[in-house]
Design a protein around this ligand. Structure first.
Ligand SMILES: *[C@@H]1O[C@H](CO)[C@@H](O)[C@H](O)[C@H]1NC(C)=O
Length: 184
């Protein structure tokens, strides 16, 4: 939250006087996970925050001639996704859980969740040009778009899923093999 959201807000606000004077542009990198909350932890709330901040900023700066664009990449093979820290993040969270939590969920829940997460990371798209060309368009095109959704996973799955009624989204995202040991 500090890096992804508070950092982005502070950098943007500190440069805003210059951007306003130059009638410049703001291009913020959120994520499809700023439109659909796929897992727990700080990442999705931080990206929802980037979306909220950018949406209000865009409306506010419109009359100054400043355009604000939001980049929403799907899963891409970045150093974050490739990192050992990302691959170990679920195991790391599990190791910090109290005995009460570990008993309630059970080890099978953890290993299924961890496998699902690793499978998600393994789908990462390696063509980062899809993202950088969106950034380039947002910065240089005469008519930059408000939102750039990058990658087929985002365009065909995550964003459509985010528009569905919540009860449908919940059912589609519910994994039947993910059952806490304490559930009936
Ligand atoms: C990567 O994406 C760009 C479009 O941004 C496309 O021109 C290029 O052909 C793609 N490369 C591969 C290997 O698919």
């Amino acid at each position: 939250l500090n890096v992804n959201l508070v950092g982005l807000v502070e950098v943007t606000l500190s440069l805003l006087p210059l951007v306003r004077r130059a009638r410049g542009r703001v291009v913020n990198v959120a994520s499809v996970l700023g439109r659909l909350s796929l897992f727990g932890g700080g990442y999705c709330p931080s990206k929802y925050g980037v979306e909220a901040f950018s949406d209000s900023l865009r409306r506010e700066l419109r009359d100054f001639g400043v355009r604000v664009s939001i980049i929403e990449p799907g899963c891409f093979r970045t150093p974050l996704v490739e990192s050992e820290a990302a691959r170990a993040s679920i195991a790391c969270a599990w190791s910090r859980c109290s005995d009460e939590v570990r008993q309630a969920y059970g080890h099978r829940y953890f290993s299924t969740y961890n496998n699902n997460f690793l499978r998600l990371l393994s789908t990462a798209n390696s063509n980062l040009s899809l993202v950088t060309s969106a950034m380039e368009h947002a910065l240089t095109a005469e008519h930059p778009r408000t939102r750039y959704t990058c990658g087929l996973d985002a365009k065909l799955y995550y964003i459509p899923l985010s528009y569905m009624p919540s009860s449908w989204t919940d059912r589609l995202l519910h994994s039947s093999d993910l059952k806490p040991s304490g559930s009936t």
